[in-house]
Design a protein around this ligand. Structure first.
Ligand SMILES: [Fe+2]
Length: 282
């Protein structure tokens, strides 16, 4: 074995030590990473900061990276990689109450798309001295531990995922008319079956899941609130403390995540990001 792979928590995640990600990995090494990814749902590859090209190479071990809609974040010669700066440059830029930041809402990336990304990779380039963790919950474990009656109740139920939902405490970035036309509501099962492992997991996004198909609003809200509460119980959770150079890759099919937005003003927080193509949730 080339790498050392160590679990990061009882809930999910493992760190990978001993890799040189500036160089191309061997087929065996790639297989080892892919298999650990399916076991732990999240890997933290400990690394030095990489160029966008090297980061793209790492991402491609997990599937096909694609370009995001927001062009202004694209990195010049590798448009599949976005540079995300989340530094608070002024006191006013920092939310007074973390609840009023969409980044702190529990979500699975881009679930308003018909084919949401199966995985996301973030690569830490500049990290504040405290807080700013990305937090994860294992929705496969949360599903496994549901009472049998609840599993039966959820069987076959579909959720409507919208670009925005009144259920979220803050509004999403406004869309142009063209963007509105490009982002119609989509419907995904509340319990999705992982297309590679066959395991079931809850599939819910507090920023995007608006309602359950066929239920009255009140009943739908109650059910979604229950799912939300069950998913974020502490035994399913791991908070990632970023180190410069970390490459974190996570499985959007069975994890939700959020950000601890309470980090210091004026300290740079910069990541590279890319998303990996996924299948339609079933
Ligand atoms: Fe996200």
């Amino acid at each position: 074995m080339t790498f050392q792979i160590r679990p990061l928590s009882d809930a999910l995640g493992a760190e990978v030590l001993g890799g040189n990600f500036k160089e191309a990995l061997t087929v065996n090494e790639i297989d080892e990473l892919k298999s650990a990814f399916l076991t732990y749902h999240l890997l933290c590859l400990r690394s030095d900061p990489l160029s966008p090209k090297s980061f793209y190479q790492v991402a491609s071990y997990f599937g096909t990276p694609f370009m995001e809609t927001t062009r202004k974040n694209w990195v010049g010669d590798v448009p599949e990689i976005s540079r995300l700066e989340s530094t608070y440059k002024t006191q006013e830029a920092k939310p007074k109450d973390p609840k009023f930041s969409r980044r702190s809402g529990w979500h699975t990336d881009h679930s308003f798309k018909e084919f949401p990304p199966k995985a996301t990779l973030l690569h830490g380039h500049e990290i504040p001295s405290e807080a700013g963790q990305t937090r994860f919950c294992n929705t496969q474990k949360a599903y496994d531990n549901l009472p049998e009656a609840t599993k039966q109740q959820l069987e076959g139920l579909m959720g409507v995922h919208s670009y925005d939902t009144e259920r979220a405490p803050v509004r999403a970035v406004a869309r142009t008319a063209e963007e509105i036309a490009e982002t119609p509501d989509v419907v995904h099962p509340l319990v999705r079956t992982h297309d590679e492992t066959g395991n079931k997991a809850l599939y819910f996004n507090s920023n995007r899941t608006d309602r359950v198909v066929g239920l009255e609003r009140r009943e739908s809200n109650q059910l979604l609130d229950t799912i939300h509460e069950r998913m974020i119980e502490p035994q399913y959770r791991y908070d990632h403390d970023w180190r410069v150079g970390d490459i974190v890759v996570w499985d959007n099919r069975c994890l939700i995540h959020s950000v601890n937005v309470d980090y210091p003003v004026g300290e740079p927080r910069i990541h590279l990001r890319t998303l990996i193509k996924g299948t339609r949730p079933e």
